[in-house]
Design a binder for this molecule. Structure first.
Ligand SMILES: Cc1ncc(COP(=O)(O)O)c(C=O)c1O
Length: 414
């Protein structure tokens, strides 16, 4: 894509599709920079879900009546659209869950509990989100498998020499975050997957901060499993995705049981239905699937390359502006490198929670805390950080407002 194409992104036009961005508190328009937690939802996504409830709300699994037929088709087609979006082979490889966290738990319970035993190793990175870190830690405790962590270096990148030492024939799975939600680091997930495969291990990639913000091709990465959430990609809450290679999913036991996932049930025995329904028991998130389909259409209309370029440009701008302040410590790789669209930082002498509260007085919405990466914050030597995270509707002027508000914090606390 040429730089002119990238520049032609109509941010103002995009913003018009988000009434929430026009909201004011105390006469100041909201500056929403908390997109790594959840993104805002554009009108076409809200309209698609509203249309579902107004026009064809019914339970799925192919009821005989018209409304159920329509709802079932829409629900199934949402799987097809997501499969196409991430270049999976088909709907069989796309399981709808509640969110990334549930996707990780599905894999850990369904595969991990059944396959792991003492002597096996689970290799994570030091920058994992609690969604995977806590889950694998618990599965390790229950199965006797050891959990090991690939170190990060001083620049906030993975130490790949350490990765090569750590991933051995004892490794059963390598679980890595694609883009760190705290550091913004973009990990070499294809290389990690290759390393896992060289040792007969599987790979699981947490794509919660990648799929919303950059083109993702699961086939190119080669990952065995890949997870993400609808609410971080202009879609609704209540829906997430677990991608898995079909042959692996075929061999896995369901993690939840109930209606809609069976083939045959007797008083003694049950057998399971086809993929992906085998992993989707009970009434699924139908309206949310319709919304996720609309979100994927919306994102692809803009273009994932352009979304990535816009966010990288904003993150680099924010990084440089914050860095120039002199009393701001920024975590993760430097601006200009391939980086996710977020910046985590601390202002000298001011606790992240105090800073975030002062920013809120200026109607700048950012997040303070450990961002579900407590061990990483321990390693950074800070209890918390403030994180500004960007999406396709954010502007440089909004970054300027964030930086300008730092002065208030200095006056109050420094
Ligand atoms: C990298 C990463 N993984 C997992 C999650 C968990 O996502 P969810 O809360 O949608 O399950 C998040 C959310 O912040 C995240 O940033």
């Amino acid at each position: 894509m040429s730089s002119q194409d990238l520049e032609s992104l109509d941010v103002e036009g995009i913003r018009q599709q988000f009434p929430i961005l026009q909201r004011e508190f105390d006469g100041q328009q909201v500056v929403y920079l908390d997109n790594a937690a959840t993104t805002q939802t554009p009108d076409p996504v809200v309209d698609a879900m509203s249309d579902y409830y107004r026009q064809y709300n019914a339970n799925v699994h192919r009821g005989i009546h018209h409304l159920s037929q329509e709802a079932s088709i829409a629900y199934e087609e949402a799987h097809d659209r997501v499969a196409e979006f991430i270049n999976a082979d088909g709907r069989e490889e796309v399981i709808f869950t509640k969110n990334t966290t549930e996707s990780e738990n599905l894999l850990a319970y369904s595969w991990g509990l059944n396959e792991l035993e003492p002597g096996d190793e689970i290799v994570l990175t030091e920058m994992e989100h609690h969604a995977s870190l806590v889950t694998w830690q618990q599965i390790g405790k229950r199965t006797g498998a050891d959990v090991k962590y690939i170190r990060i270096d001083d620049s906030g990148r993975l130490d790949m020499d350490h990765a090569r030492d750590l991933i051995t024939d004892d490794t059963e799975i390598v679980s890595a975050v694609h883009v760190s939600n705290t550091l913004g680091t973009v990990n070499p997930v294809g290389e990690l997957t290759d390393l896992a495969h060289e040792h007969g291990a599987l790979s699981f990639i947490d794509g919660a901060q990648a799929v919303p913000n950059r083109p993702v091709d699961v086939e190119e990465i080669g990952a065995d499993f890949y997870a993400f959430s609808g609410h971080k990609m202009a879609g609704p809450t209540g829906i997430g995705v677990l991608y898995g290679k079909q042959e692996l999913l075929e061999d896995m036991e369901p993690y939840l049981y109930g209606g809609g996932m069976i083939r045959k049930v007797t008083f003694e025995e049950s057998t399971w239905g086809e993929l992906p329904w085998k992993f989707e028991p009970g009434t699924p998130p139908i309206a949310e699937a319709v919304g996720l389909h609309a979100a994927v259409d919306w994102l692809e209309d803009i273009g994932m390359d352009r979304i990535r370029a816009h966010e990288q440009e904003l993150a680099a701008y924010a990084y440089d502006r914050l860095d120039a302040e002199g009393d701001v410590e920024i975590y993760g790789p430097e601006a200009g490198s391939d980086r996710g669209g977020l910046v985590s930082f601390n202002l000298e002498g001011v606790h992240a929670h105090d800073l975030t509260s002062i920013l809120n007085d200026h109607t700048v919405a950012v997040r303070a805390g450990d961002h579900c990466t407590q061990p990483l914050h321990d390693k950074l030597g800070v209890p918390a950080s403030t994180r500004a995270s960007f999406y396709v509707y954010n502007t440089r002027e909004e970054v300027d407002k964030l930086v300008a508000a730092l002065d208030d914090a200095r006056q109050l606390f420094a």
